[in-house]
Design a protein around this ligand. Structure first.
Ligand SMILES: [Zn+2]
Length: 235
């Protein structure tokens, strides 16, 4: 049984290798569909939930992120090599059309240099100088610089998941297509009552800021504090 599975896996990977897929994104799609299947998640469960830094951060890394990290690492290795033969070979790191390793590395270096100009800023209510010391670009060694660039490139990909989920909420909230009781009643014919105060026809406004029970339970205060916490992370 074990051997059969191993053979099937090897054959499957070989087939993917020979298929000349236009990019790793298709691979990502295939792998993600199986991850959903193995975890017993619905097909509509988005990549944001799988790989994003949300309420529940799963110990998973997307193929896309791994691909970008490896390509960035390879570009840095080739660019900073001490071997004259490798330097003279002028090896091109091939990537897709949308994501280009050289451009991303340049951007990451520029951001790291900008961070150094900004210096160490306090991003929480903790006292001045509290927390881990910040590694600055100009004072970093070659290996540290490589690690910093790879981390910076990875952060862009991680932020992408975060921003997409926020944007999705914002758009659906603006056009009133979030699953509030009123919309659920319209879509599936369920009761359009608020789950807490049983108010009929409870829309998004009621859920977010108009429910009396939520007010007495302190839900709105919690919501308010969560927004402040997020703002404090970015400021
Ligand atoms: Zn209510």
């Amino acid at each position: 049984m074990g051997r059969t599975v191993q053979r099937q896996l090897r054959e499957g990977l070989a087939r993917i290798d020979n298929s000349q897929l236009p990019g790793k994104l298709k691979m990502d799609g295939i792998a993600n569909s199986y991850i959903r299947k193995w975890l017993g998640l619905p097909r509509c469960f988005s990549n944001v939930g799988l790989f994003g830094k949300n309420m529940l951060q799963l110990p998973l890394k997307s193929i896309n992120l791994g691909y970008r990290q490896k390509k960035t690492h390879l570009l840095l290795e080739l660019g900073e090599t001490r071997d004259e033969a490798v330097k003279g070979a002028a090896v091109m790191v091939r990537t897709g059309r949308k994501w280009r390793a050289q451009y991303e590395v340049d951007q990451a270096v520029s951001r790291l240099q900008h961070k150094e100009i900004l210096g160490r800023v306090q991003d929480s209510r903790a006292g001045l100088g509290w927390g881990q010391p910040v590694q600055f670009w100009s004072k970093a060694t070659r290996d540290q610089r490589k690690a910093m660039v790879v981390e910076e490139v990875s952060q862009v990909e991680k932020d992408h998941y975060l921003v997409k989920s926020q944007l999705s909420f914002l758009i659906r909230e603006t056009y009133d297509t979030l699953p509030c009781p009123r919309n659920l009643a319209q879509w599936f014919g369920s009761e359009g009552k608020c789950f807490l105060c049983s108010k009929d026809n409870a829309g998004l406004q009621h859920i977010l800021s108009g429910c009396n029970i939520s007010l007495t339970q302190g839900c709105f205060q919690w919501q308010h504090n969560q927004v402040l916490r997020k703002l404090a992370e970015y400021l």
